[in-house]
Design a protein around this ligand. Structure first.
Ligand code: 13P
Length: 291
């Protein structure tokens, strides 16, 4: 059985000094491309949906597809709900069969973030083997429900991070350390590697207990990715790149074949482009052969 929660595969990754890609999907074509690439590369995989696509497809439909694919896939696969700001929707997805839930109360006060995050941790741990991700500080840019202006983004404080993780009982921790959602305007985005390393040292010292998550994967230079893995990053979220790949591949195919009305061929072009992008991520993260 290859249905897993994120915590178990991420602890292995952090110990082995590689990371696992968490790929946001919005439809079945993207899902197939992502899974095909991970199977081909023998890599553990985290599939993510943010709230909008999850509601659009239906959490129950998403889970049914996930379970069908994961049951026969030769790799461990987790289904993660990304950046959910609604406590009730987090619980609904946990009840339905998502195996990892991110409650994003990072725009709330510190105490309220702790309260909401702990509520979801307690709930998910009671419902079953579901791990929970929480965030401290704020990641700038737009990811579905969550919009943060560049000048409002705040980095996570290392000492506060320890308090946050201890008081909530979180399984995975996403500290804001600089990377932003969306496309970077510069080739050298500001990323606080030392902050991540410090948080990792404080939380995980000798034993990995709480794997760390890096948001804003799209456009991060490869040397940044390697430094972030060395500093403790175990889960890398990638969304914008896959949205762009999907739309660009469909656009290019349709433009080149304007008189052909065969949706299946458009889908194949899109799926192949996604597969290629994900294979590249898996190579950069070092998770090939780790399934
Ligand atoms: P990007 O859209 O920048 O890849 O960020 C993805 C993300 O962090 C989703 O949680």
């Amino acid at each position: 059985m290859s249905i897993v929660n994120a915590k178990e595969i991420l602890i292995q990754a952090a110990k082995g000094k590689y990371a696992i890609g968490a790929f946001n999907i919005t439809d079945l074509i993207q899902l197939e491309g992502v899974v095909d690439a991970a199977v081909e590369k023998k890599s553990p995989l985290i599939i993510q949906t943010s709230v909008k696509p999850s509601k659009f497809l239906g959490a129950n439909v998403m889970v049914a597809i996930y379970k069908t694919i994961a049951a026969s896939a030769p790799i461990p696969i987790c289904l993660h709900l990304d950046h959910c700001t609604e406590v009730d929707y987090c619980k609904k997805c946990a009840d339905t069969g998502y195996t990892n839930i991110m409650i994003d109360a990072s725009k709330q006060t510190f105490e309220e973030n702790i309260r909401q995050t702990k509520e979801i941790v307690d709930y998910c741990h009671k419902v079953g083997d579901i791990s929970v991700e929480g965030e401290l500080g704020t990641v700038s840019g737009v990811e579905d429900q969550v919009k943060v202006a560049e000048n409002e983004a705040a980095l996570a404080n290392p000492t506060q991070s320890v308090v946050f993780v201890e008081r909530t009982g979180l399984d995975l921790f996403a500290p804001a350390i600089g990377p932003a959602h969306g496309v970077y305007k510069t080739k050298n985005p500001k990323v606080d590697f030392d902050r991540l390393a410090r948080i990792n040292q404080l939380l995980n010292g000798k034993t990995i207990k709480t794997p760390l998550v890096v948001h804003g994967g799209t456009g991060l230079p490869e040397d940044y990715i390697q430094k972030l893995i060395a500093a403790g990053g175990a889960k890398f979220n990638v969304s914008t790149e896959l949205k762009r790949t999907l739309i660009d591949a469909k656009y290019e195919y349709i433009t080149a074949n304007r008189e052909e009305y065969d949706p299946g061929k458009v889908d194949v072009a899109a799926r192949d482009a996604i597969r290629k992008a994900v294979r590249h991520w898996i190579d950069m993260l070092g998770s090939a052969g780790k399934a």
